[in-house]
Design a protein around this ligand. Structure first.
Ligand code: URA
Length: 188
């Protein structure tokens, strides 16, 4: 099912980003997982490989998630708000986010996550609320129609400012607790 969605998404022309991208960066990980991470949009390494979060920030994220026993191939699925790299890594424009949101909705319809973790402000504003304040509201749990949402600092922000990492470790510990409560299958 997820492969059929990938095939349709790879033909997408809903915004202009397809013209400048190298590869579609659709998503990666276990499509049967109960936990889904959502970033903002592909950077250069992601564009070149077709996989989300594989650059320096991605490696930091992978390492930090391993700290709470979350392994991409097994325990979670990971994707982005926009599936094609914005030129020069600029923020995806509101109209590009809007154009791409249907693909993420379809992905979520297949994966049916119990917990969605937004990586960074752009993702949290798109998925939790438009006025989301990442510095004040990271780590808090929001309920939306029975699905739990939480935001973490974006890994690129943690690379730029390592002083924020301890707070993210606390958020990750709280995420682990939430997973054990409502999605214990993740760790089985
Ligand atoms: N930053 C993101 O938001 N997503 C990626 O896939 C890589 C970097």
């Amino acid at each position: 099912m997820i492969n059929e969605l990938y095939d349709r998404c790879s033909q997408c022309r809903r915004c202009a980003l397809w013209e400048t991208r190298t590869n579609l960066v659709f998503g990666d990980g276990n499509p049967s997982a109960s936990v889904m991470f959502v970033g903002e949009g592909p950077g250069e390494n992601e564009d070149l490989t077709g996989k989300p979060f594989v650059g320096r920030g991605g490696q930091l994220l992978t390492d930090m998630l391993a700290y709470v026993d979350l392994v991409r191939e097994k325990n979670y699925y990971i994707a982005n708000i926009v599936k094609c790299r914005p030129p020069k890594n600029r923020d995806p424009l509101p109209e590009e986010q809007k154009a791409c949101m249907g693909w993420l909705s379809e992905q979520m319809g297949i994966i049916k996550p119990k917990i969605v973790v937004c990586l960074g402000r752009i993702s949290a504003m798109a998925l939790i609320k438009p006025d989301f304040k990442i510095s004040q509201e990271h780590g808090l749990v929001f309920d939306k129609g029975g699905v739990k949402y939480m935001a973490l600092f974006h890994p690129a922000a943690l690379l730029r400012d390592p002083r924020r990492r301890p707070e993210t470790f606390i958020d990750l510990k709280n995420l682990q607790k939430l997973i054990m409560e409502i999605a214990p299958e993740t760790y089985q």
